[in-house]
Ligand binder design. Structure first.
Ligand SMILES: [Zn+2]
Length: 254
């Protein structure tokens, strides 16, 4: 997907819009190269988590849920490790950028940040032994209205650097659920995490699971908050018998 679409989009948009960094508003690189969306100064200042070299980090602990140790997470969820590249905080400029990435037709942001993450995480051997990268899928209705899956752009960015193939055919979203970010507490009886868990329960299904038996799969999400979406994916992917999982998120909410 360093794709014709990406470059065609980039070329056309550069004609109509001068390249401006979505974080600082400053000038970015070559006018014909919209693959570099965020400027180098802003890239240097991103709030990195350093979780690639941090076992039992906050992303892992969020995903563990009922599991209280790495050993239990491996045994019950087949989860080897998990890490996010950046911390996501309210009112940080990154919040605005991630919103543009998801909703303002700027998936190039996902692709650029993922390539940067892949280069930095590769030093920690984060991608060692991984066979295939699977992005958290969107429901076809959402994909149609948004025009792209930002998690797939992240997966493609990781793939460009690591050479690991991306698969979008075995894990599907079968329920068109409301966005997790829109789930708010509506009464005193039910907490937001419980509502989000119910929202994505059974939202995912796998097809032809036998083709991914015993593979090491990197599941990719854009933003982990309560972790319910990723947990629902892992639950569905248990049908990949003998498979083990590593999770990469572009961002982890603080
Ligand atoms: Zn900038």
């Amino acid at each position: 997907m360093r794709s014709d679409r990406l470059f065609r989009r980039g070329y056309l948009s550069a004609i109509f819009y001068p390249p401006v960094c979505p974080m600082c508003g400053g000038h970015v690189g070559d006018i014909a190269d919209r693959t570099e969306v965020i400027c180098s100064a802003c890239l240097d200042a991103l709030p990195r988590t350093e979780q690639a070299v941090l076992p039992e980090n906050s992303t892992e602990m969020t995903l563990w849920g009922e599991c209280h140790s790495p050993a239990a997470a491996r045994r019950i969820m087949h989860l080897e490790r998990a890490a996010a590249f950046l911390f996501y905080e309210k009112d940080h400029p990154l919040q605005r950028v991630i919103h543009k990435m998801k909703y303002a037709d700027l998936p190039e942001i996902a692709w650029q940040l993922a390539r940067l993450a892949a280069r930095e995480f590769a030093y920690a051997d984060f991608f060692e032994d991984i066979d295939v990268i699977i992005p958290v899928p969107l429901h076809p209705n959402r994909l149609h209205s948004r025009g792209y899956n930002q998690s797939e752009y992240i997966a493609r960015g990781l793939s460009d650097v690591t050479g690991i193939p991306v698969d979008t055919t075995h894990l599907l979203r079968c329920k068109d659920t409301p966005k997790q970010a829109q789930i708010k507490a509506s009464g005193a009886m039910t907490s937001v995490p419980e509502l989000r868990k119910a929202n994505v329960a059974d939202a995912f299904e796998v097809v032809r699971p036998e083709q991914l038996y015993h593979k090491h799969i990197l599941l990719v999400d854009d933003l982990i908050t309560t972790g319910e979406t990723v947990r629902a994916c892992l639950k569905a992917m248990k049908r990949f018998r003998g498979a083990e999982f590593t999770v990469f998120a572009l961002c982890k909410a603080r």
